[in-house]
Design a protein around this ligand. Structure first.
Ligand SMILES: Cc1ncc(COP(=O)(O)O)c(C=O)c1O
Length: 344
């Protein structure tokens, strides 16, 4: 039997902080991108998966053959699908129609059983339908183990112990704010707990999309996987888990992603575009001082090449003109990224 604790303890790696210059509305600012795509399965959820499985194992040992079931928009699924076979457990992933096809294929290739939920939840997404399906599965199969990333404080805790300290160490004393895209809110809550304790001068900014209920807001259509939720975050209560929230338009986030790719060849996921867009909004509104802002780039854009970066997909969604207009508008405002500094 594999020794679960050492396997999980070895499963994480530090990710780089990339420094860019960003020009917008006649001013040039420095920006740090915490590139979580350099994690073992390419997203910030590699960390959450380790924290959740450690907690599950502490509660009751994960023995060979155990079935772990989880609702995921994709990235947590990829992380669990890597870890669970290495401790001889079986993974049952409950995903939905917004989960990228590349992600579904990888899950299956890694031996996960995949259930695709296709029933919208009436709140702009599929989350509530996915959670209903997980509960049904657990009721019918009492032996199934459910980490429950939406309510398990092991998720914020691993970000408090790893992501937060890495950011403050890499960014140094000049750090002024950290922008974190939110879905369960686990990543932000953990980073924010670290900042409150060790760097209370640094703002923890919640980045959500319009149409999401994760941090306030009202329900509506949402295009981007990974960010936003059909219910409020368990981990973020008003001033408890963050300093301020910025709601971002998903079309503008896609436009920022495309501009980043054009200017510096960095292809990131949609939630990273949201974080950078939120920073630009704060700069416009004078809510960000001269210190360094770090945006959490939760995943890379490889798996979104046939969606966010693809005009056929945009045409199918009826948003191709809107994206072009958003790119043109941001360019008129002088938006430009430059790869000035080295990674740390
Ligand atoms: C791409 C991406 N960005 C942001 C997040 C948000 O992370 P959290 O659920 O910790 O709020 C996720 C979570 O799945 C994600 O996959």
């Amino acid at each position: 039997m594999p020794r679960v604790k050492p396997v999980l303890a070895r499963a994480l790696r530090k990710t780089p902080l990339l420094h860019l210059d960003v020009a917008h509305r006649g001013r040039v600012r420095r920006l740090g991108l915490k590139l979580e795509e350099h994690g073992p399965t390419g997203s910030v959820k590699d960390r959450s998966a380790v924290g959740l499985l450690q907690a599950l194992h502490d509660e009751r040992p994960l023995t060979p053959g155990a079935v772990v079931v989880e609702s995921t928009s994709g990235n947590l699924g990829l992380a669990l699908a890597r870890l669970l076979p290495s401790i001889d457990c079986v993974f049952l992933a409950v995903v939905d129609l917004k989960t990228p096809h590349a992600t579904r294929t990888t899950l299956t290739e890694r031996g996960a059983r995949v259930i695709v939920v296709d029933e919208p939840d009436g709140q702009g997404g599929y989350l509530l339908s996915r959670l209903r399906r997980v509960r049904e599965l657990c009721d019918r199969n009492p032996g199934y183990r459910w980490p429950n990333q939406y309510e398990n404080w092991a998720s914020p805790d691993i970000h408090r112990r790893t992501t937060g300290p890495e950011i403050t160490e890499q960014a140094g004393l000049d750090l002024g704010a950290v922008y974190v895209p939110v879905s369960t809110g686990g990543t932000l809550a953990g980073i924010s707990a670290h900042l409150r304790r060790h760097r209370p001068d640094v703002a923890a900014v919640a980045v959500d999309v319009r149409g999401s209920l994760a941090v306030a807001g009202s329900a509506g259509r949402r295009l981007l996987p990974g960010i936003g939720a059909s219910r409020p975050s368990t981990f973020l209560h008003g001033s408890h888990g963050y300093d301020r929230a910025v709601h971002v338009d998903d079309i503008e986030a896609i436009a920022v992603c495309r501009i980043l790719a054009e200017d510096v060849g960095l292809v990131l996921g949609g939630s990273s575009g949201c974080a950078v867009r939120a920073l630009l909004t704060d700069l416009e509104n004078g809510r960000m001082d001269d210190r360094l802002a770090v945006c959490l780039a939760a995943d890379g854009g490889g798996k979104y090449r046939d969606t966010l970066y693809c005009d056929d997909w945009a045409t199918e969604q009826g948003i191709v003109k809107e994206i072009t207009a958003a790119v043109e508008q941001l360019r008129r405002e002088g938006l430009f990224f430059d790869r000035k500094h080295q990674e740390h």
